[in-house]
Ligand binder design. Structure first.
Ligand code: SF4
Length: 351
């Protein structure tokens, strides 16, 4: 990838849409979304430019959509980094990439005991889903076999859904994952198609979309989202949100770039808590029935406004991320309780 060309954040001035940003107008758009209408990419981009003074109105409108489909429920996800480092790809945000100097642990795919133990912890932490992630362009045969052997055992022992994140998949690999009991595959689009070449050169946006098509054709659910704060334009984030709408992604993890020292994107840090909230709201308006998960970077970018994120999103990770620490699970449980929300393992409450 063109790692030398570190992209800069968008400086596009917001369109003058004071009317759109009024409480009444935002509420009206929420009504339309609740009634099944789709907003346009132009409106979605304007939502990202909502003035801070109107942020609470935007959150209130997004919350009405969230409440319609998910009530006050919060679904928790638990991540297991089943293979760390050693990745030949050059994704510039990733500490496990070959182009990263970040001091991450490096190990091959974990054994049966460790993967089972991860499932135990996920269940203990009230997670709905156990996410098994490997660092790789795609799974090799040994990794495929490990996953095929462990998934039935996990599902027999624990009341957990399993999401596999194994990199690029062809159709036969996707079919094998479906057959062994994987419920869902995570493969993030990461950003808009126009920006993708700025963050990775070893595979293409189309490669990622092809994997998601294979996942869908195999009959599994799609978990796909992205990373905000890599220097993309607002239109790139909107473009990704609409791609995910078209893919009918059941689950959308929204990460906020934690620019880890040693990665090509180190030093990029321009997100504000208010902007992160606007991003979550925009995803809710564009993808009303999808699980929207506040993911990596939650603690460092939303800061003390983390609870407000759950007015738009309905899901989050509990515990640590792949190579960085999260806050203690007890703090998350308390936050959810203080909001008057409740942890659930149920699907959405209505369509
Ligand atoms: S393919 Fe995955 S693990 Fe490898 S560099 Fe990209 S994001 Fe990191």
């Amino acid at each position: 990838m063109a790692t030398a060309d570190i992209p800069q954040p968008s400086t596009t001035p917001p369109v003058d849409t004071n009317k759109l940003w009024s409480a009444a107008s935002l509420s009206e758009i929420a009504d339309q979304v609740i009634a099944g209408e789709k907003i346009s990419p132009e409106i979605a981009e304007q939502l990202l430019s909502t003035p801070d003074e109107s942020l609470l109105d935007l959150l209130a409108a997004a919350f009405r959509i969230r409440q319609k489909h998910f009530g006050k429920s919060v679904q928790l996800y638990f991540l297991m980094n089943a293979k760390s480092g050693l990745c030949p790809e050059d994704c510039s945000y990733c500490s496990q990439s070959k182009v990263s100097d970040a001091p991450v642990e490096k190990y091959n795919i974990l054994n049966r005991e460790a993967l089972l133990d991860g499932a135990r912890v996920a269940a203990e932490r009230k997670s709905k889903t156990y996410c098994m992630v490997i660092s790789a362009r795609g799974p090799n045969e040994r990794e495929m076999r490990t996953v095929e052997e462990i998934i039935p055992e996990i599902k027999e022992k624990y009341d957990l859904k399993v999401c596999a994140c194994l990199g690029l998949l062809d159709q036969s690999q996707a079919d094998r994952l479906k057959k062994c009991g994987v419920d869902r595959v995570n493969h993030n689009l990461n950003t808009g198609g126009d920006f993708y070449g700025s963050i990775c050169s070893t595979h293409t946006y189309q490669d990622r979309k092809d994997t998601l098509k294979a996942v869908r054709d195999a009959g599994m659910e799609i978990c796909s989202g992205g990373i905000v704060g890599m220097g993309e334009k607002k239109s790139d984030i909107v473009s990704m949100a609409f791609e995910l709408q078209e893919l009918k992604a059941e689950s959308i993890p929204v990460n906020f770039l934690n620019a880890i020292e040693g990665t090509p994107l180190q030093g990029i840090n321009y997100l504000t808590p208010n902007y992160c909230l606007k991003v979550l709201c925009m995803f809710r308006f564009v993808n009303p029935t999808s699980e929207i998960r506040i993911s990596g970077g939650r603690e460092i970018h939303l800061k003390s406004l983390q609870p407000l994120g759950l007015y738009a999103a309905n899901s989050m990770f509990v515990g640590d991320y792949l190579t960085t620490k999260g806050q203690p699970p007890e703090s998350d449980y308390r936050m959810i309780e203080d909001l008057g929300f409740e942890i659930t393992r149920e699907e959405e409450i209505s369509q």
